[in-house]
Design a protein around this ligand. Structure first.
Ligand code: DGL
Length: 265
């Protein structure tokens, strides 16, 4: 048993979709979250910059005596995970592997679509991991770089969002996939729009639920589960607190939004 907090981080507010699931599946765990809202989006940046930013975020959480680190960002998981592993004294879980495993169980016709930031899609991390596990699966990947700024602005159901989403998703939709990986932790905030365009027969697989499930399994295996009936929650962001409060209150419970604080790294 270990009641130290779990550290969770993302380039912005998207990782809160993963926190929502961790709260459901692991209600006794304390959490410290860090979202780099000053420098979001990461997905259009190069490897060197993403790695530098990611190490700064990881170091901030490591200094807070966490027992486990969850990289709740697909772009960082795709590009900087090995570098974070080198500096971290605690176990690390990224969001890519859990989503891949779930998508492989979900597809019936062996055709999976993947959407993500340019960084994630160009890294081919999803394609490679899916093919490693089942070479017969057809993968159709499309980068949707505007989706992160759209959600950080709270434009989730806006007409402009629907137009952009139709444009991005056209190719994947016409390819006839039955499963679509939302390969960015911001994208569940657009799930209504994405589902409407893809149609009800396509199953959306996001990072949140499978990552929280895998985290629970790992904490059990490593005997790190907490039995604390009064867990603590801290949420840190690096800029624009008013905008973040407003957007986060749409999908995050108000008593947690009230705990979000701006810090300087
Ligand atoms: N939530 C991040 C991800 O999962 C967004 C990355 C970005 O800032 O572009 O990829």
């Amino acid at each position: 048993m270990n009641s130290n907090p779990i550290g969770v981080f993302d380039s912005g507010i998207g990782g809160l979709t993963v926190v929502n699931e961790i709260l459901k599946q692991l209600p006794n765990e304390s959490i410290i979250y860090l979202g780099d809202t000053a420098r979001v989006p990461y997905g259009t940046r190069g490897k060197e910059v993403i790695t530098k930013f990611a190490l700064e975020l990881a170091n901030f959480l490591i200094r807070k005596k966490i027992k486990f680190l969850v990289v709740a960002c697909n772009t960082i998981s795709a590009i900087a995970l090995p570098e974070i592993e080198k500096i971290s004294p605690v176990h690390i879980l990224g969001v890519v592997d859990p989503a891949v495993k779930k998508a492989l169980k979900t597809t019936k016709i062996k055709k999976i679509g993947v959407i993500g930031t340019s960084g994630t899609i160009n890294s081919k991390v999803y394609e490679n991991k899916i093919k490693e596990l089942d070479s017969k699966i057809e993968v159709v990947s499309v980068a949707c770089p505007l989706f992160v700024p759209i959600t950080e602005e709270g434009f989730n159901e806006h007409e402009a969002t629907k137009m952009i989403a139709r444009e991005y998703l056209e190719q994947i939709k016409s390819s006839g996939v039955d499963t679509l990986i939302l390969g960015c932790t911001h994208y569940p905030l657009l799930d209504n729009v994405i589902q409407e365009i893809m149609g009800e027969n396509v199953v959306l697989v996001d990072s949140a639920q499978p990552t929280a499930k895998e985290l629970k399994k790992l904490l059990e295996e490593k005997k790190l589960l907490s039995e604390n009936s009064e867990p603590t929650y801290q949420f840190f962001i690096t800029d624009a607190p008013d905008r973040v409060y407003q957007i986060a209150s749409k999908f995050f419970s108000q008593n947690l939004v009230d705990r979000i604080k701006k810090i300087t790294l």
